[in-house]
Write a protein that binds this ligand. Sequence first.
Ligand SMILES: C[S@@+](CC[C@H](N)C(=O)[O-])C[C@H]1O[C@@H](n2cnc3c(N)ncnc32)[C@H](O)[C@@H]1O
Length: 292
Amino acid sequence: MTPPDYEYLRKLLKDHSGLDLSADKQYLIESRLLPLSRKAGLSGISDLVQKMKGGSAATITQVVEAMTTNETFFFRDKVPFDHFRDAIMPEILQARANRKSIRIWCAAGSTGQEPYSLAMCLKEMSAVTAGWRIEILATDLSQEVLEKSKAGIYSQFEVQRGLPIQMLVKYFKQTGELWQINADIRAMVQHRQLNLLHDFSQLGVFDVIFCRNVLIYFDQDTKINIFNRLAKATEADGFLVLGAAETVVGLTDAYAPYPERRGLYRPNARRAASARMPGAVAAPKVAAMVGL
Ligand SMILES: C[S@@+](CC[C@H](N)C(=O)[O-])C[C@H]1O[C@@H](n2cnc3c(N)ncnc32)[C@H](O)[C@@H]1O
């Protein structure tokens, strides 16, 4: 790969997926894209670049998807699911007691382990959620991971990562070497392809948003932009859950940390109220506020 090829790919990935590669990540591109170029019968990455420059939208999609990191596992990091069961759900059950409906969004759901972990948590709470309308929406940039998520079929290795054995027995069926999550759990999760760089206001407003381990790949301005749009998609008394290495602190005041629960945030009440006031003045650009 020539230096101009690398620069072309860096810009293309930043524009299409938000992936912010530093100047020294040639090895990462090579390890992900050489297999792709071989599969397409091309002689290397420069040929892939030529195809993209020639306007091949399919090649661009393949390259962008191949460069996504889809690492995930059931009940990843455990703590967010404790927050969900012990802090988020009790509050939501109380706050929504009249309308009895909950909307949850996994904004980078990858191959499904995260939305299905939430679905299993909710199933375990069915004594208190009986009669509630619960929606879990799993979205991802990558169509390939969404297809796997929809199928809900996992290898022995995948079900051994994070999933308690009692849940495996209770919620999965074994077929040969593979395990499929039961149809009733699959039916709790809807899937949709969505790029977080694009407008997502059409999805409406959610009580809970899990947006974990995706913003770490983006630069600061992109994170700020996504946080501010996520805040508009979060109910005023709703929740945002981030990954262990992610935070809003120092980037936006659209959310405030939830006391003593790492990774859990709520829309900032003051800001939400001013956004609802008719004729409210737009909040000052956060990038300017933090001196970017
Ligand atoms: C590391 S996985 C995280 C999965 C899960 N949230 C977790 O924490 O286990 C990151 C996911 O983000 C997706 N992704 C990357 N860029 C994206 C974008 N611009 N919009 C939506 N999803 C994106 C990738 O396809 C990948 O499946």
